[in-house]
Design a protein around this ligand. Sequence first.
Ligand code: C6P
Length: 417
Amino acid sequence: MNHKLNIVEKAASFEVQKIREDFPILKQLVRGKTLCYIDNAATTQKPMVVLNAIDNYYKSKNSNIHRGVHFLSEAATASFEAARTKVKEFINAKSENEIIFTRGTTESINLVAYSFGRNNLNEGDEIIISTMEHHSNIVPWQLIAAEKKAHLKIIPINDKGELILEEFEKIISERTKLVSIVYVSNSLGTINPVEEIISKAHAYGIPVLLDAAQAVYHLPIDVQKLDCDFLAFSGHKIYGPTGIGILYGKETLLEKMPPFMGGGDMISKVTFEKTTYNSLPYKFEAGTSNICGGIGLGTALDYVSSIGFENIIPHENDLLNYATNELKLINGLRIIGEADKKAGVISFVFNNIHPHDVGTFLDFEGVAIRTGHHCTQPVMDRFNIAATCRASFAMYNTKEEIDILVNALKNVTEVFK
Ligand code: C6P
């Protein structure tokens, strides 16, 4: 079966075919079939404007930033700082001082764990996370908790894959020093009630970190409206390059935190007797940044803004609902994660077929999904499974691609019958 996509899907203000034209990778054949890329929770594909921004940077501006007085250095610095302003505007932060470039969500969370954690945790203190956290929002807290003799407290989830908020209210106390929660689960698709969590935590004066790695490309984020204290995301999930990410932090908190890493660019003055640190946000950006990555991320945010979440959300919801209904009709398939509020992520298992076998079979049909534990092993334990198959949608996916997935899955069940 050759999957030549005949896409005629058109919404009044959102033409998915036009969007697909922006992503050259989607045109290629994989194993003789048109690529059906539905592994967007792992990473999204990059539009031409982002590829051009990267290309242009290396062709016309490449040099080091914040250090040179020459033309190229000034041009690179201006572009990198303009990207910071774009991030600030995209998430509605108050100031550029609150936008720290990191390598990604993982580094952003580690930065808070080591800098905020080392400064604020004492023996017997507690950090609250949940069962549905990515390992990036578990392991850094385990490491710092072990060092400071602090403890992790876990908000459990119900059978639908939703946080049990009554349990959150039972474990939060004056011993809690931070709540760190995923906004949208990468393995269940659950959109968590983060506003409610933040207001409950703030009632105790406790800051909240949001892991927005998945949320950032499915939902508009307004950090002032959310009133979160920290927020982490990765460029590569929102149509930008890998190796670049963001830590947002309220300026009052970041001011009080010590540097995470030492090196060039993060200092004000160095002597062997005493070193003073640079102002925000540079205090947390030791060494040469991923300059090109930052510029690419800024361009990706411009691209997403030009499409608009008012168009992206209904389209992705449409895909999610269509795929959920179709998958439920397949014999022996069980969806893991049926929260009332979900983003475009569907995890599923078969009674007698291992997810890796499903993934390999789909690959031969040109369909890219992810199989495994998705770096959320406690979620797998909660549902008594080792792994799931996961389809995850982005703005460029189509119902025709879901049909291809569904047909391929039907073939899988025939083969393994
Ligand atoms: N999830 C997935 O396939 P990094 O690797 O730093 O860019 O992002 C880590 C991360 C943190 N939190 C959540 C909720 C995530 O989904 C991810 C990355 C990928 O689900 C790779 S495991």
